[in-house]
Write a protein that binds this ligand. Sequence first.
Ligand SMILES: [Cu+2]
Length: 272
Amino acid sequence: MADMGMNHDEGGHAQHNMSGNDGGHAQHNMSGSDSGHAQHNMSGNDSGHAQHNMSGNDGGHSQHNMPGNDGGHSQHNMFGSDSGHAQHNQGVMHGPDNHGPGNAGVPMMVQSRLHEPGIGLESTDTHRVLVYTDLRSLKPGYDQRQPEREIELHLTGNMERYMWSFDGKKYGQAKEPIRFYNGERLRLTFVNDTMMEHPIHLHGMWMELDNGSGSHNPRKHTINVKPAERLSVDITADAPGNWAFHCHLLYHMEVGMFRIVSVSDRVVGAGQ
Ligand SMILES: [Cu+2]
C-alpha cells in the first residue's frame, strides 16, 4: 500500500470556533474577528439554507457562464469547450440535496469564489490579501490534456451533530474508494454545501486548480474551498496505489471527512 500517512503540514488554518451556536439551523455568527484565524461570520443567513448569493461579485475577473447546468449532481460536460479557460460558474443552482442526514441544509446557489479573500480577510486595508486567482505557475503544467471525465464531490456536514463527510457519507459509510484510473487525466469538482471553509488535501498527486490561468493553472496539494463554492481541479492520475484524501482540519477528518483515492489500471470492458 502506498503512503497513507497524514501530513500535518500547513492545513488546518481555519479555526472554526463553534461556541455560541444555539441551535436552530447553523447561524454562524462568529463576531470578534480579531484573532487572525479565519472567522466565519455568516450573520444574516437566517434559515440554515445559506443563501450565498454572490452574483455581481466579479471582482474584475471574467465570469464564464455555463449554460445548461441544472444543479444537482448531473455531469457537467465541459470538455471540448474553450480549452484551458476556467469555467467560472456563476450562480449554478445547487438542486435538490440527496445526501441525507449527514448534510444539513445546502446553499441554493454555488459558484467560484477563487477571486475572493478568505473569510475574515475581506476588509483588510493595511496589506494586500492574495487570492487564488493571483496564482499562476511559472511553467506550463506537464500534462496539457483535457480531462476525460469529471467526478463531482460535495463537502457535506451537519454542524449541530458535528458530522463532516463527503457526499453525506463519512469514511466508515463509504463503501468504495474514489477511483482514479492510472494515467488518466480527470477533473475533480468540489461543491461546498457547508458554511465553513474546508482545506481539501490530496496525497500523492497534484491538483491543478482551474483558476483561469489555463496552461499555467497553479499546482496545489491543498485547496481551501469556501462556503457555497464550486471549483474544479484537474489531476493526472500518475501514482498507482491508495492515497489519503481528506479535509485538513484534522477534527473534520477524524469524524469522517476522509476518503481513499485508489489509482488502479482501468479494467477493459468494465464500463466507465
Ligand atoms: Cu473540513
